[in-house]
Design a protein around this ligand. Structure first.
Ligand code: NOJ
Length: 588
């Protein structure tokens, strides 16, 4: 057993081992315990399922293609739901499937109450929700309120109407700067690159006003000061709640309200990233006014039976600002991107886990954990990059390549660590297979607007969005009946296919299944973190009766005699030695 050492600096006293952090406590109830006392996780399963749920993200384009057109669809998902039951997920979150020109893979919504023909029809959504519920899986859908598609009827009406009209005021139109209005109204940059403003042409062919789009020009930002915008989204919530959904993942939840003066912002505006805490708050993100919107939404959700939830996608720092989104009368959860971004070192992981638990405990919300999604490099590849390197926005064939073997080893250790933590965990489709990023995709195949908008300086997110492999020897690796996929699948995906991993001891898929089963059996999601050790190279904590150890260092660490190993992310050799980049769960 590694020696107990001082904790890295946090706002906890350094008498470590004496504090329990629970995802559902307020700081005043963080209990001081004798060194040997560990509370069992004997609380009954909470009525609030979301406090400990494992939620599996489905990216509909790339999960399963039912009709063979090379694009995943809703019937394809329905046909594969048993996979998620077997895996042990509690809920699914579906990225957008609404009618859309697909300027940003569906995050540009033209009709919030329909299904794009690419993915099926409304009846397919109903069938999917019903089939999931029959299997005990809850369903969360994506809601995109910061912007519509430029093809939304409201935007068409805004273009046809005069400056200052009610139609224009649903969006953020301004006159340009300069003598003839030839310059954008301010210096804001689009997250995808280039100016965040596009100038429109008036019906008589003259250059007109500019409209704001924090993302693609095909995604004009809505003006949330307008009551009709607010009313419309309350109605959209009800539309999907009436169809039985269990919640909404709220896209760009930190962006809806802009600082009223639209002041210039001279700092770099990093793509899909939290702004540094050493800068003033940017005028386009995390304005206090967003919270009123979510209070109104919460009232709507609470008026429905069952526990329906709101999940914030908010790239906000520090953790206390993020926690404001999950105060008791606002959202239920917020993605913990600080955790996703944390370096693979013991001090960094200890610090982020501690900080995350403290911040959400202060508002009585569950902490969430996430390592991958459709916007970031898959963690099986990301963790194969040099430790401490800033996460790149996409990787191409001529970029330095991640170490795949190391990345997978660390990814398995990271996932096993994550799944031992109290709160709610998010999985991204394919991570249960250990799937790497496609890091050598030909540039001409790329579809993410980031690649073009950044002037070919940032590859963007296609590499994590490639259709996933189900069968190693089938066309499109079993993604669909045809040998077609909207993004090219790398040949190496054959080796990760589900059929090669199901029932195979030691496979990443069976590791996830085991972890999810043990997590449920031991009530880890509603447990506590009781730190035993945090040193330069090792962290160890208890959650209930289970002890979790991750070794980040170069040397193997030995376990105390007589422990019972429940699961480890890689073989131990000998049995009481935990090698580098391995997580182990054991009973002392
Ligand atoms: C966040 C989504 O996850 C991302 O995929 C999208 O491009 C932006 N929001 C804009 O909607």
């Amino acid at each position: 057993m590694p020696a107990t050492g001082r904790l890295p600096s946090t706002n906890l006293p350094d008498t470590h081992g004496e504090y329990v952090l629970n995802s559902q406590q307020t700081p005043s109830s963080i209990t001081e315990l004798p060194q040997t006392s560990v509370p069992p996780n004997d609380q009954p399963e909470p009525a609030q399922w979301w406090r400990e749920a494992v939620i599996y993200q489905i990216y509909p384009r790339s999960f399963a293609d039912g009709n063979g057109d090379g694009i995943g669809d809703l019937p394809g998902i329905t046909a594969r739901l048993d996979h998620l039951v077997e895996l042990g997920a509690d809920a699914i979150w579906l990225s957008p499937f609404y009618p859309s020109p697909q300027a940003d893979a569906g995050y540009d919504v033209a009709d919030y109450r329909g299904v794009d023909p690419l993915f099926g029809q409304l009846a397919d959504a109903d069938a999917l929700i019903g089939a999931a519920h029959t299997r005990g899986l809850r369903v969360i859908v994506d809601l995109v309120p910061n912007h519509t598609s430029a093809a939304h009827p409201w935007f068409g009406a805004a273009l046809a109407a005069a400056p200052g009209s009610a139609e224009r005021q649903r969006y953020i139109f301004r006159d340009g700067r300069g003598t003839t209005g030839e310059e954008p109204p301010n210096d804001w940059q689009s997250v995808f690159g280039g100016p965040a403003w596009t100038r429109v042409t008036t019906p008589d062919g003259q250059p007109g006003q500019w409209y704001l789009h924090l993302f693609d020009p095909g995604q004009p930002d809505l003006n949330w000061d307008r009551p009709e915008v607010r009313a419309e989204f309350l109605d959209i919530l009800r539309f999907w709640l009436d169809r039985g959904v269990d919640g909404f993942r709220v896209d760009v939840a930190h962006g809806l309200i802009k600082q009223a003066d639209l002041a210039d912002w001279s700092y770099p505006q990093e793509p899909l990233s939290g702004e540094g805490t050493d800068r003033p708050r940017p005028p386009m993100w995390d304005q206090d006014g967003v919270h009123d919107i979510y209070r109104d939404w919460r009232e709507v959700l609470d008026s429905y039976p069952g526990e329906r939830i709101l999940v914030a996608e908010a790239w906000v720092q520090p953790a206390e600002r993020l926690a404001a989104y999950v105060r008791p009368d606002e959202m239920h959860q917020a993605f913990n991107f600080e955790y996703l971004e944390a370096a693979w070192t013991a001090p960094a992981q200890y610090a982020v886990i501690t900080r995350s638990l403290e911040a959400t405990s202060a508002v009585d919300a569950p902490t969430t954990w996430v390592l991958s999604n459709h916007d970031v490099i898959r963690h099986a590849s990301r963790l194969g990059l040099p430790v401490g390197q800033t996460r790149p926005n996409g990787i191409g064939a001529d970029d330095p390549q991640p170490d795949g073997t190391l990345g997978l080893r660390r990814a398995r250790a990271a996932s096993l660590l994550m799944l031992a933590l109290p709160g709610s965990a998010y999985l991204y489709q394919g991570e249960e297979l250990g799937l790497p990023e496609h890091t050598t995709m030909p540039d001409e195949a790329r579809q993410d607007p980031t690649w073009e908008r950044s002037g070919h300086t940032r590859r963007g997110r296609d590499g994590c969005r490639v259709p996933i492999p189900w069968e190693s020897n089938a066309p499109s690796y079993g993604f669909g009946p045809a040998d077609r996929s909207w993004l090219p699948q790398p040949a190496v995906y054959a080796e990760y296919a589900l059929d090669l991993q199901r029932g195979v001891a030691g496979s990443t898929y069976e590791l996830y299944r085991t972890a999810l089963r043990l997590r449920r059996e031991h009530g880890l999601g509603r447990g506590s973190v009781y730190w035993l050790t945090s040193q330069d190279d090792v962290i160890t904590f208890r959650n209930g009766e289970l002890t979790v150890l991750t070794n980040f260092g170069p040397e193997a660490v030995s376990l105390p005699a007589g422990v019972t190993i429940l699961v480890s992310s890689a073989p131990l050799d000998p049995e009481d030695h935990v090698p580098t980049d391995v997580t182990v769960w054991y009973h002392a």
